[in-house]
Design a protein around this ligand. Sequence first.
Ligand code: SF4
Length: 292
Amino acid sequence: MEKDTNPERVIINFTKMCALDCEWCYVPFDNKEISIEKLISVIDRVSVLGFRSVTFGGGDPFQFKDLAPAIIKAKELGLFVHVDTHAITLAKSKENSHLLDNFIDLIGLPLDGSTDKIHDLMRGRIGHYDLIIDKLLWLRDHKVSIKLNTIVTSVNEFDLANLEKLVRKIHPERWSIYQFWPIGPAVKAQSNYTLEHCRFLESIRRLDYNILDGTVVEINASESRRRTYPILNHLGEVYFHHEYPHNEFQYVGSIFEKEISSKMDELCILERDQAVSRYSTTNKYEETNNLP
Ligand code: SF4
């Protein structure tokens, strides 16, 4: 049955594990095995339920060796395909180039500081900043649109104006700025990273958007992300960001349940205005298949 209400996008997180160990990470890892058959059945179901866009997210999709068939399937089904990656396992291979050029619409990479010191501190990994800059240069030779993701916390907030200058040089299609949200496992990091809402807004106000020259900037305060989209794990278990004041994920059910669509519609409020244009339809797959 075709959905005629929001939500129109889902996130599918690879919750088995992650190669990084960001102290403030909010992904509830479960160590559950990933199989391509199961993942494809989840993607099929997402499409049957009428969703138009899928974000493959952390852990890290590129850590899963069978990612390519899943992405190709999603594109074949007409979904807008967005992949978020920490880029460590994003090999500069011919296979990945083919995937990026033909089947992925938007790729998101983290950038949490204007210098290696600040970014690496945020990500808990020396050398990660250099790796991100290197992978961004490589990605620039592909047809995929690039999104930079910045988590703003009390640790890196002072650097935001310098980071903006770096973003101008990189010139991605989008820059998503997220206020740190101590939700789920991230609660344990709140004393070190929490940035009050008014300070987050002040930092955002200080930015000079004119210098960004065409890069779309998305400001994502933590409260604005509640109940806007379903979050699935790779097994198809559906969660939402719980309603205020609980900083928890709310389990809704399995994507394969008969009544799941109405449950999700009931929980979901409208997508944030800021994020709507992120998932404008592209027809990469059709373009690929129409080539002579
Ligand atoms: S890269 Fe993403 S998923 Fe991995 S630990 Fe960091 S925040 Fe969590």
